[in-house]
Design a protein around this ligand. Structure first.
Ligand SMILES: O=c1ccn([C@@H]2O[C@H](COP(=O)(O)O)[C@@H](O)[C@H]2O)c(=O)[nH]1
Length: 244
């Protein structure tokens, strides 16, 4: 069976929505991150480390959280020449993290699949950033194309290359599920509880609708890490996911 036909088994437990909420630790340093993780306590099981924390001690902190039994999503959105991506992914594969992102360019995705070979690391392909709408794609030099169509095209390429999961807006999750089949992860940022500030996100969905649309994992940063009570904010989102 080719790589494209055998994506990694989807380990999502339908029973515990905490495992399907990925909390984005978008904070300036490890001290702040550690404090938020402590305050969230057992309400959170899965954390995302992106640019802001990764370049401020986040890699070491990722190892610390893994040591405590938490899962880690390294959101590095790699994109470079193939050899550099492949070797970078090979290094990340030794860290024990669960998810790593790359941009959904075919050369990049192929290199990432080669780099993670033999490890438990799962590669997610970022299709079209949730802060982009159709006009942002035109501004970036694309011929006019609806963001949802470009997401579909890239999801199909990711499937053919054997990528483990797709990052897209939850508005596109149903369509993407039809393209990638039942076993791949669909990870959706741009999540906002009703009434909360979208900030720079443009393709936004509530936690309940994201689950109903078939997302396997939701990514939420500011609505939790900037909340007065991050544990209560986490619990409210998990509750909404559970009731969906
Ligand atoms: O398309 C994408 C890919 C990644 N992200 C990341 O998710 C979080 C979302 O943060 P919020 O504060 O909940 O908006 C952030 O770390 C992004 O880098 C994304 O938003 N969209």
């Amino acid at each position: 069976m080719s790589n494209a036909e055998s994506p990694s088994a989807n380990p999502v437990s339908k029973g515990d929505m905490r495992e399907r909420l990925i909390i984005g630790l978008d904070v300036p340093g490890v001290e702040e991150a550690r404090s938020i993780v402590t305050r969230i306590g057992d309400a959170g099981t899965f954390y995302k480390i992106g640019y802001q924390l990764a370049y401020a001690g986040g890699f070491e902190f990722a190892r610390e959280l893994i040591g405590q039994g938490k899962k880690i999503f390294l959101d590095l959105k790699l994109h470079d020449i193939g050899n550099t991506v492949e070797e970078g992914v090979r290094s990340v594969a030794r860290m024990g993290v669960t998810f790593l992102t790359v941009h959904a360019y075919p050369q990049t995705m192929r290199a990432a699949v080669a780099g993670k070979a033999g490890s438990d690391l799962r590669i997610l392909a970022v299709t079209v950033l949730t802060s982009y709408d159709d006009n942002d794609l035109i501004e970036a030099g694309y011929a006019p194309v609806p963001a949802a169509e470009l997401v579909s095209r890239r999801a199909g390429q990711a499937r053919d290359i054997g990528i483990d999961g797709i990052v897209c807006a939850a508005t596109e999750a149903r369509r993407v599920r039809g393209i990638v089949g039942p076993d791949r992860f669909i990870v959706t940022p741009g999540i906002r509880p009703a009434g909360s500030d979208a900030g720079d996100q443009k393709r936004v969905v509530t936690p309940g609708d994201a689950i109903r649309n078939g997302a396997t994992h939701l990514v939420v940063a500011r609505p939790i890490v900037k909340a007065a009570d991050p544990r209560a904010a986490t619990q409210a989102i998990v509750r909404e996911m559970s009731e969906a």
